[in-house]
Design a protein around this ligand. Structure first.
Ligand SMILES: Nc1ncnc2c1ncn2[C@@H]1O[C@H](COP(=O)(O)OP(=O)(O)OP(=O)(O)O)[C@@H](O)[C@H]1O
Length: 318
């Protein structure tokens, strides 16, 4: 089956500054790919090159096996990063307008707009002018407009940005529903939580380069593996030290360790049993994509992001 998107060694610079540097990946049919990275990592530029909206300096892009061009756009639903609806259109006109640009007939486009607005709880807002909508409502309408023509492949640039948590959930459920229909999706985000919940696969960008491409599980494996242990027995520390790359005495009296690459949690448990250390607590910590991200690109890159939603998901305390 022809992949919806194939990006081959694309590079792009603006005024001498490298925005995208030799990036390659293929999105296979039915995948949900999270395109992650901090601000300025090159995500938007790559997605715009994927659609033929920005011409690569070098490299090649194929949409459904062919160079991007208008003839293919009916098969694609694109939510651009820059939001914008015609102020004077109302919600149903905005959706129908884009659906028609994507090849639907007028009657079908309006019927579809009404059905979608009803389906996603915006039925009362059918006639609401875009200029009078809340930001969240306008963003949902724009997403519905991008997908109304029932495309096969969705390219969503930062679909969750600027939305409150309730609307983020609504948007997540729309993405899940689309995915449930076997459609292919790539969405960019710098908020790990969405990707962790929704994606089979993660592509991580940093400084214009692709730094990771693999399953969400493989990405999580890049995170440090942490354990929290507690015991009244003084022998605990010397028992766990051979397995610990990093060691933290916690305020609650327990110890947190980051396992060495060569060690497994069960090695620690076995050693404690063999040395007669009675454990009051033995708690492997769930790794987060955020920690994996820090491990791959460095805390300094993460520190430059300054995004509340991202920062909230540290999960890194041992
Ligand atoms: N049209 C342009 N003209 C000049 N520089 C640009 C242009 N588009 C992008 N850049 C620069 O290219 C780099 C990559 O930007 P890009 O928008 O692709 O990153 P991003 O990962 O999508 O980040 P963000 O989440 O902030 O949108 C940045 O340094 C940006 O300032």
């Amino acid at each position: 089956m022809t992949p919806p998107l194939s990006v081959n060694h694309v590079s792009k610079s603006f005024a001498g500054k490298q925005a995208v540097d030799d990036v390659s990946f293929t999105v296979k049919p039915g995948e949900i790919v999270g395109f992650l990275g901090p601000n300025g990592a090159g995500k938007t530029t790559t997605l715009r090159m994927a659609l033929g909206l920005v011409k690569p300096d070098s490299g090649r892009v194929e949409l459904f096996g062919r160079p991007p061009s208008a003839h293919i756009f009916g098969r694609i639903g694109f939510l651009p990063e820059e939001r914008g609806l015609y102020k004077k259109q109302n919600a149903r006109e905005a959706i129908a307008h884009l659906a028609r640009l994507n090849g639907m007939g007028k009657r079908d486009a309006f019927k579809r707009a009404d059905a979608m607005l009803e389906r996603y709880g915006l039925g009362d807002a059918r006639k609401k002018k875009n200029k009078d909508m809340s930001k969240g409502m306008a963003q949902k309408v724009q997403l519905l407009a991008a997908i109304a023509h029932d495309p096969e492949f969705y390219i969503l640039d930062e679909p969750f940005s600027g939305l409150d948590p309730v609307n983020q959930q609504v948007l997540e459920s729309i993405v899940r529903e689309i995915a449930g229909q076997g459609r292919t999706i790539i969405f960019s985000t710098h908020v790990m939580e969405h990707a962790e919940r929704l994606c089979d696969r993660i592509i991580l960008m940093s400084g214009g380069r692709k730094v990771f491409d693999g399953s969400t599980e493989a990405a999580l494996n890049k995170a440090p593996r942490r354990l929290v242990l507690d015991s009244d027995n003084d022998a605990l520390l010397s028992t766990v030290t051979p397995f610990a790359g990093e060691f933290i005495r916690r305020d609650d009296g327990a110890v947190g360790i980051v396992l060495k690459d060569t060690a497994e949690a069960h090695d620690v448990l076995e050693a404690c049993v063999n040395k007669g250390v009675k454990l009051k607590r033995f708690e492997p910590k769930q790794a987060s994509l955020h920690e994996a991200f820090v491990a791959m690109v460095g805390q300094d890159v993460v520190d430059t992001m300054g995004d509340d939603a991202f920062a909230a998901n540290t999960g890194a305390s041992t």
